[in-house]
Design a protein around this ligand. Structure first.
Ligand code: M6R
Length: 612
């Protein structure tokens, strides 16, 4: 959370930084600000709210220097306000910060005792004070920053500039990502490569407790104790078009519509369309994937939010195909409950961003316990990806909308592949089941296209939903996590109260909620459990609940009891979760859009949750 851009080069820093911040706005949008050199002085402009308010404030303002920093904030310490917006200035120091300083109380106490005047409620300003104290002693920006680093506890990435040195910038990280973009006669420091992608394709990823020192055109890297280190330059061939809206009203809508392509890209490298064989190549383990998958005794998924629901689907897919026990844990719980990780456990983390702080901590913990780790991420070279032994990529392309959509369905597709691969490695997958599984998966992109073509019905259904006081999303089996995901989408986009339940749990409590103002959205494909689901719905309908159902083809029984019936193409039990997700995404999208809400950047959220 929070996005950082630092720039030193020959172009207009204001433009580069503001454009970069717009690309990072998904990381937080509580306030934004820039500090840029102008006539030998650092000029700071900050505004509460989204970057457009900062732009309004900046107007035609011109800066003639070549150095600057910028920040878009997701508030942790201190309310969203201009006073708490970054950059923070103390003395001649200006600083931007992403993360949390855990020992801020102790630091604050010390600063106040030394007579510091603290202007904001943030932990970030305290760091600026510490750097300022050091620079008054050392008169050297690099030394001042390096000395400050040793005084901080927490998770942070920080970029600092100094008015007395207009061609110098120092940054360090311990937690949230910080990436150096290397251009021609210009250099960038960003929280995400997207912010500098239009200027360079060459990036250096800082590891924790590493410092980068950029002076004029020279870029040098150091460990926290000040020793020079060598860093690898990574060349990315991403294009900037990936981050445009391409005519869609919102990024989220574009990303929903990209799902057929995204899913095809996720499964393509692992399936043979001629022989219908599954083979995941280049997982990156030291051993072959057959050795890894046949040698494990259990699998443990760890993830957060939507990625956690994908992991829940993974449990159904892998247990039923590969007959190996699978557990699923929320990363923020896992890391603090002293988990028992038995020998021969494969820990699989799922994270679109690859930066979620809790998931990152979980994979590190798993490694400490000697587990083999596999990460499923969308962002290659992200922190979680770099931490893992083995790697699978969602290959969805950049996901800008804060609500995850295409990354979720791409992950479900990959989990289908993984379930088949693990079953095959453990010699429990028949040739027929492999062929059928691969054929079913290859059919998904066109099924998704078909479902998307029904969007007008999902939009109509969304109209029906808007007057209800609450929502229960129901599903059974592998579709139960899809109900949870549907409820999450409605909550985060439309700010309506929705809960996901396993349909069989209704009579154990939630039935008491049912009346005519309660909508029940049910994922009920024609599968082994359909009759049980219909019985559960009868119980809800008898108590006045209004049912919106998502079924297979023309299911008359379901249709007759539903206020609104949405028909999906027939799919296998393993791939149905992918196609059933689309109506839930689109209903939440249309409902939120009709309510005039900010679909791409829902209130209080950020896409990349780099603090715990
Ligand atoms: O980047 P990650 O997949 O690790 O993110 C996990 C969650 O923060 C994320 O899925 C969140 O729940 C989304 N807002 C859901 O749409």
């Amino acid at each position: 959370m929070c996005g950082i851009v630092g720039y030193l080069g020959f172009q207009d820093p204001k433009k580069i930084i503001v454009d970069g911040l717009k690309k990072l706005e998904y990381r937080g949008y509580d306030s934004a600000g820039i500090a840029v050199m102008n006539d030998g002085k650092i000029k700071t402009v900050r505004a509460e709210g989204k970057i457009k308010f900062l732009e309004d404030k900046l107007g035609q303002e011109h800066f003639n220097g070549h150095l600057g920093i910028g920040h878009t904030r997701w508030a942790t310490h201190g309310a969203p306000s201009e006073r708490n917006a970054h950059p923070h200035r103390v003395g001649d120091i200006s600083l931007v910060h992403n993360g949390i300083i855990e020992n801020y109380l102790e630091i604050k106490k010390g600063l106040l005792a030394r007579g510091a005047i603290i202007k904001s409620d943030t932990d970030s300003e305290l760091v600026a004070h510490l750097v300022n104290e050091e620079i008054l002693r050392t008169n050297n920006l690099f030394e001042a920053v390096q000395k400050t680093l040793s005084k901080l506890v927490g998770a942070f990435s920080i970029v600092v500039i100094w008015e007395k040195s207009p061609d110098e910038l120092v940054a360090f990280k311990d937690g949230p990502p910080l990436i150096v973009g290397l251009g021609e006669k210009e250099n960038f420091i960003v929280s995400d490569v997207q912010a500098a992608l239009q200027y360079t394709k060459n990036f250096v990823y800082l590891e924790d407790r590493e410092i980068v020192h950029i002076k004029n055109k020279e870029v040098r890297y150091f460990s926290a104790d000040g020793k020079p280190i060598e860093k690898k330059v990574n060349h990315l061939d991403w294009t900037t078009e990936l981050t445009e809206k391409m005519g869609f009203k919102h990024y989220m809508l574009k990303e929903i519509y990209e799902q057929p392509r995204a899913v095809a890209a996720a499964i393509g490298p692992h399936l043979n369309p001629e022989t219908h064989e599954v083979e995941i190549k280049n997982l990156g383990f030291k051993k072959t994937s057959k050795e890894v998958f046949s040698g494990i005794d259990q699998i443990l998924f760890v993830a957060c939010g939507t990625s956690y629901y994908a992991a829940m689907v993974g449990k159904y897919l892998i247990e039923q195909n590969a007959r190996i026990p699978v557990e699923v844990d929320i990363a923020s719980e896992f890391r603090y409950r002293k988990p028992i990780i038995k020998k021969n456990t494969l820990v699989i983390t799922i994270s679109q961003s690859g930066e979620t702080a809790d998931t990152l901590a979980a994979i590190r913990l798993a490694k400490e316990h000697g587990a083999i780790t596999l990460s499923i991420t969308n962002v290659q070279k992200s922190s979680i990806d770099r931490e893992a032994d083995g790697h699978l990529y969602m290959s969805s392309g950049v996901e800008v909308g804060v609500a995850s959509t295409k990354a979720f369905t791409s992950t479900l597709a990959l989990l289908n592949v993984l379930a088949l691969e693990i079953a095959k490695a453990r010699s429990v997958l028949s040739k027929e089941d492999e062929i059928e599984g691969v054929k079913n998966l290859l059919a998904v992109p066109s099924q998704l296209e078909a479902v998307l073509s029904f969007d007008k019905y999902f939009s109509e259904a969304a109209q029906k939903l808007k007057d209800f006081k609450g929502f229960l999303y129901l599903g059974r089996g592998v579709n139960y996590p899809i109900a949870l995901e549907g409820a999450l989408k409605l909550k985060e986009l439309a700010y309506l109260h929705a809960e996901g339940y396993a349909a069989g749990e209704m009579k154990h409590g939630p039935l008491a909620l049912i009346d005519s103002r309660m909508a029940i959205v049910v994922v009920a494909p024609t599968d082994d459990l359909i009759e049980k689901t219909v019985s559960n719905l009868q119980e809800a309908k008898a108590r006045g609940g209004k049912i919106i159902s998502i079924g297979t083809g023309e299911n008359e029984a379901l249709k007759s009891m539903s206020e609104y019936y949405l028909s999906l193409p027939s799919a296998s039990w393993m791939t149905n979760p992918l196609i059933a997700t689309v109506p839930l995404q689109l209903m939440a999208y249309h409902l939120a859009d009709n309510l005039g809400l900010d679909v791409d950047q829902p209130r209080n959220l950020a896409k990349s949750v780099t603090v715990e």
